[in-house]
Design a protein around this ligand. Structure first.
Ligand code: NAG
Ligand code: NAG
Length: 288
């Protein structure tokens, strides 16, 4: 029945199936970090649930290390009373002088808003926090959270809307993470001593287990040690625009909208914390 002409097409579609299957299959891409069975890989590797109970949280991380990339994750956060819980998606290298790019979601009492806590940690030093509310309920559906990290800047996006940019100023006084490869991490843990309203609202363990879901992991990224073709170049091929992505006019307008309406903390305007002198990158530009 099958004509010989169809054969290459069948082969090609088989190949495409394999390629799309490897784009984000948790069985192949990640290792469980802690929490044993509390990390569950479901739906043939497309979905992970993390659960948190009084004994432990859970987490996983990518097998690969990367030096630059765009990292996408669709997440559905702990619903109902999530006070005290912290759900994360972040990039990190290892050791006491590690670098880290953080997206952390601080839970709340039922009906009260989540806070997105962001930070950039360089050579083991943090202190660059910005915090935001979201413009939707992150517990109802999956939403897309992205970390773009290239030699020019780091851009954090929520449903493709930039909420934060950390620029590589290329000067000595302002550090930038370009010296260490990082892995992708995702965790769910308890931080009732600080996460919700500064620690005043504790975790209600009668509501445990708390569950967060992750799917659609897509690392379009430069694998370390660099054997991949997907590493930053000044003229990226289609699909790899992240390699030289900056905000542009549209992005800057969206960022301003987020900062105006949803930002609740910015270290760059915290004059109490930095009474004598704001960090240097803040003096260069408050936001961009
Ligand atoms: C929780 O809700 C309160 C009251 O709306 C709000 O002030 C706070 O920022 C919310 N988030 C956290 C993590 O405390
Ligand atoms: C993965 O991300 C890249 C870069 O943003 C994009 O071109 C590609 O279509 C994505 N793949 C999937 C399966 O979503």
């Amino acid at each position: 029945m099958s004509s010989p002409r169809l054969f290459p097409i069948v082969l090609l579609s088989l190949f495409l199936c394999l390629v799309s299957a490897t784009a984000g299959n948790f069985y192949q891409d990640i290792d469980v970090l802690f929490g044993d069975w509390r990390t569950q890989i479901l739906q043939g590797g497309e979905l992970i649930t993390l659960s948190l109970d009084k004994a432990s949280g859970a987490g996983f991380r990518s097998k690969n290390e990367y030096l630059y990339g765009r990292f996408d994750m669709r997440m559905k956060l702990v619903g109902g009373d999530s006070a005290g819980t912290v759900t994360t998606f972040y990039m990190s290298s290892q050791g006491p002088t590690h670098n880290e790019i953080d997206l952390e979601f601080l839970g709340n009492s039922s009906g009260d808003p989540y806070v997105v806590h962001t930070n950039v940690i360089l050579q083991g030093k943090g202190g660059k926090e910005q915090e935001f509310y979201l413009w939707f309920d992150p517990t109802k559906d999956f939403h897309l959270y992205s970390i773009v990290w290239n030699p020019k800047n780091i851009i954090l996006l929520v449903d493709e809307v930039p909420i934060r940019v950390y620029r590589n100023w290329g000067t000595k006084g302002v550090r930038y993470p370009s010296d260490q490869p990082m892995k992708m991490y995702a965790t769910l843990w308890d931080a009732e001593d600080w996460a919700t309203q500064g620690g005043r609202v504790k975790t209600d363990w009668s509501k445990a287990p708390f569950i967060a879901s992750y799917k659609g992991y897509n690392a379009s990224a430069c694998v370390w040690p660099s054997s991949s073709s997907n590493c930053p170049s000044s003229s990226p091929t289609p699909g790899n625009e992240w390699q030289s992505q900056t905000l542009g006019v549209k992005g800057r307008n969206m960022l301003r909208w987020v900062q105006k309406k949803y930002m609740i903390y910015n270290y760059c305007t915290d004059f109490k914390r930095y009474p004598r002198r704001l960090p240097r990158e803040c003096r260069k530009s408050r936001f961009l």
